[in-house]
Write a protein that binds this ligand. Structure first.
Ligand SMILES: [Zn+2]
Length: 340
């Protein structure tokens, strides 16, 4: 009797170990990840069928349970028109209606099955430059407790995460290290980045009421007195960072200069509005000035001044992780629109 019970238990256990259990279906913009809970069963490879007429990709995971927590989140992107997850009882179906001219590849990756979608478009490279770092704290809050370099890095990393699925992303720094101003665009030029985004937090040491978001683009024309002041502040960090401004050669010709400026302005206009809205701060508009960090980049680029570290309202908004994510999301959305 005992032997039979042990036998039955063994059969039950081995059956449980063989059935798959999907714990999550993560629907990204160009990637769908079906995650298995390997404590409950084995990760299973699906049966894959594709109908080119309806552009319907069908994945069937046999002998698989679906966790009731699985919710198919957003279900439209430029890579697909719809994604649905259906529990058939003893199997789970994932239906993906691909957008036009999109191809797919699928493979097991550890305990997940991953479908990558490709629309054949060029993958653009975005450089994200978190301002300051290491021995250069950048601007500081009025009580000196918060450094610009840390806030800039936090938002830069979130922006990288937001963009990673659609773009190749290069960070000039992703830790608390010092990088001279001239080296930052050089890093981006070496890998032929298509766009350069420098992330900063503004400061007005003697004016605590100064508040809001701004974007700067590179301009050799005479800037407004205000823009010149901001540029002088940001550029001042290159003095003790190795090369002096005069040593950084402007590598853009005048035609490229005009074209890049036009593109930068086209990006900056809607983006400053999106940033200000996401942080609930005033929109202080876009300004042209001679920024060392933008000057050396061989393409369009902008310098974001998200808000004022010297203003209590701005500082509170910028320190809130929810807002940091919201502003990263807002900027990423504008980058996608710019390249679409
Ligand atoms: Zn700065």
């Amino acid at each position: 009797m005992r032997k039979i019970a042990v036998c039955l238990l063994w059969i039950l256990l081995s059956f449980a170990a063989w059935a798959g259990a999907i714990s999550a279906v993560k629907i990204g913009r160009s990637k769908i990840t079906v995650e298995f809970d390997t404590k409950k069963g084995e990760a299973r490879k699906p049966k894959v069928e594709y109908d080119s007429f309806t552009r319907l990709l069908y994945l069937e995971f046999p002998d698989t349970d679906l966790s009731p927590n699985v919710k198919a989140g957003k279900n439209k992107s430029k890579y697909y028109d719809d994604v649905q997850v259906v529990d058939h009882g003893n199997s789970v179906g994932v239906f993906v209606t691909l957008a036009k001219d999109v191809t797919y590849t699928g493979a097991m990756k550890g305990k997940s099955y991953v479908v990558n979608l490709d629309n054949g478009q060029k993958q653009y490279i975005i450089a994200i430059d978190a301002g300051h770092g290491g021995k250069d704290p950048g601007a500081q809050s009025r009580n000196k407790a918060v450094d610009e370099k840390n806030l800039a890095l936090a938002v830069a990393k979130l922006l990288r995460n937001e963009l990673a699925e659609d773009f190749k992303v290069i960070m000039t720094r992703d830790t608390d290290v010092f990088i001279p101003l001239s080296e930052r665009p050089a890093i981006a030029n070496r890998v032929k980045c298509d766009f350069f985004i420098s992330v900063h937090i503004n400061a007005a040491p003697n004016r605590s009421e100064a508040s809001g978001s701004e974007i700067y683009y590179f301009s050799t024309e005479k800037p407004s007195a205000y823009a010149a002041k901001i540029a002088a502040f940001e550029n001042s960090f290159s003095e003790y960072g190795g090369k002096k401004d005069s040593e950084i050669k402007q590598i853009m010709g005048s035609l490229a200069y005009k074209k890049n400026q036009e593109k930068s302005v086209n990006f900056a206009n809607p983006t400053v509005e999106a940033i200000a809205r996401s942080l609930r701060l005033p929109n202080k508009g876009i300004h042209g000035a001679n920024f060392a960090v933008l000057r050396g980049f061989d393409g369009p680029g902008v310098l974001l001044e998200l808000g004022f570290i010297t203003n209590q309202t701005d500082l509170k908004a910028l320190q809130n992780p929810k807002n940091q994510k919201a502003v990263a999301k807002a900027v990423a959305e504008q980058v996608r629109e710019f390249f679409e």
